[in-house]
Design a protein around this ligand. Sequence first.
Ligand SMILES: Cc1ncc(COP(=O)(O)O)c(C=O)c1O
Length: 354
Amino acid sequence: MATISFARGVPAPECLPVDELADCARVALERDGKTILSYGASSGYGPLREWLAARHDVEPGRIFITNGSLQGFVFLAQRLAVGKRVLVERPTYDRPLKILREIGADVVGLHCDDQGLDPDALEEALKAGEKPAFVYLIPTFQNPSGRTLSEERRTRIVELALEHDVLLLEDDPYSLVRFEGEPLPSLFELSGGETAYSSSFSKTIAPGLRVGWFVLPEPLERELELAANGTYIGPVLLGQAAAYEFVSRGLFEPHASGRRLLPLGRARGRRRDRVARSRGGSRSDLREGNGLRRRTRHAAPRVQLRLGRRDRRRRLAASGGACCAGIAARAGFRPRSRSRAGAGSRRSSRPVSS
Ligand SMILES: Cc1ncc(COP(=O)(O)O)c(C=O)c1O
């Protein structure tokens, strides 16, 4: 019998941009080889760090780039969760569970349903027992359930975390891999940048690059830099520089938004056709999760690549965000006033001694 692994999402080989990355790696080496081939900054390749900072609208000092986002999770767990209580969705991604158990964390799984994590279960767990080191969740296309947390619940969960002064770690490698339906704001956006966020190019460019990143409060970012420095000195800069070249050429958006991922989308479409036919309907009658909807509504494939400021304000206002913005201000998060390292900017980063 064939085994279907729910362990991780692996891009189909035909979706990997092999030729483009080969050229990106060559150009990156020619342009910045002396930096890339040295021991580098533990926080990651400077230009990519700036690009990610601009994308998330934060200072570069809050961006920590690691050899895959899982490596960052290890550092974070080792720093915050040894012997402590950690709240997670039930079920959740197998690797964080394994990592947390190995360091002796008390892992508490919270009830989830079709709309994702149940905020009442979170509230109950926050009120009872020791304050958790953090709450780990995958709000969009959760691994392994595939569920997406509803917008209403996102807002409530962010409010609960802020109210209880607990760190939320949002693992978000999949939100750009969307074939249909409306993208939702991240918990990070809803919190006004107060929660921790991680993502990765593993699903949107190539997992073999091993480039993942975290957006963290600056003091925590610095602590993780020290952990990285004490473990591998500096991350693999060649992968990061190739990824930077890739995004600088403007290839990321079209790639992530489906040109390359289309084969996956088509396969999924055919699968949905079969499911719908078996229930006497058509593909457009299916909701995400394959439940039949009553009224047929065509959902055009769309990918949210980055919420613009206006969009974000509109969403925040619509979801009670005035309160989040207020909390952010109280917590001392200032709006940024610095020039953006936009796509196309080519910079060298200086090597940093270990
Ligand atoms: C929820 C989740 N987070 C993170 C990852 C791993 O990302 P990376 O390849 O950057 O370590 C995966 C991989 O399947 C995943 O499912």
